[in-house]
Design a binder for this molecule. Sequence first.
Ligand code: APR
Length: 237
Amino acid sequence: MKQPKIVILTGAGISAESGLATFRDNNGLWEDHQIEDVATPQAFLRDPELVYRFYNARRAQLQRADVQPNAAHKSIAELQQRLGDNVTIITQNVDNLHERGGSHNVLHMHGTLLSYRCLSSHQQVYYTAPYDSNTRCHCCDPGSKVRPDIVWFGETPKYMQTIMTALSQADMFIAIGTSGQVYPAAGFVEIARDSNVHSVEINLQSAANKDLFDETWQGPASETVPAFFNTFLKTLS
Ligand code: APR
């Protein structure tokens, strides 16, 4: 039997039960700043130390011993093991819980907390320690300043060509734990629909774009994602 091609998009909701707050909980505030006010190129120009502090705090949270991949991350990794390259994993998350849950080739369309970008060469460098405006890269001589390797509001997400191709060739598109408010990811379901790709939403509460999905599974990701894939895998055997 032909193996189905599946595109999975994850958002902050999949990591919520691992102990990482979603963006739009707590009214989207961090130290009384709107998240959008610390996640833009303008914010970085206006107050770089605030922006470094925000991402250093998020990286430190990710590195806490109690923050571990949950059953939803692991069940996606199992699906990928079973179907190999037929599974494309796209995440808006800047954590590494998919990888720690056993997945590989994860498309981090919004960047990652565990690297910085050189402001001169634009090279991405794996880096797990805090950094700020005194940090210098090792790719330039003398070293240049670095910035968070995060795609901010107003910047173009990564891997868009690969994502568009995967969506157009998929048999199924599954959005997990994302509020459907931030584009272009919020528009992937429309691209899937245009290509007659069956679409599934898995979320604790319905997303803003819920009406665009063919099927909805509601509940915490650590329960609904394994339940969905167990049901789905039975249809293959
Ligand atoms: N299980 C499943 N879904 C959950 C859970 C859970 N345990 N907890 C919360 N959710 C859902 C919420 O219902 C919500 O729809 O996760 C979603 C989280 O939404 P957001 O906080 O908006 O996160 P996300 O959609 O990933 O944000 C997209 O916005 O701020 C930017 O760049 C940032 O990547 C981020 C993007």
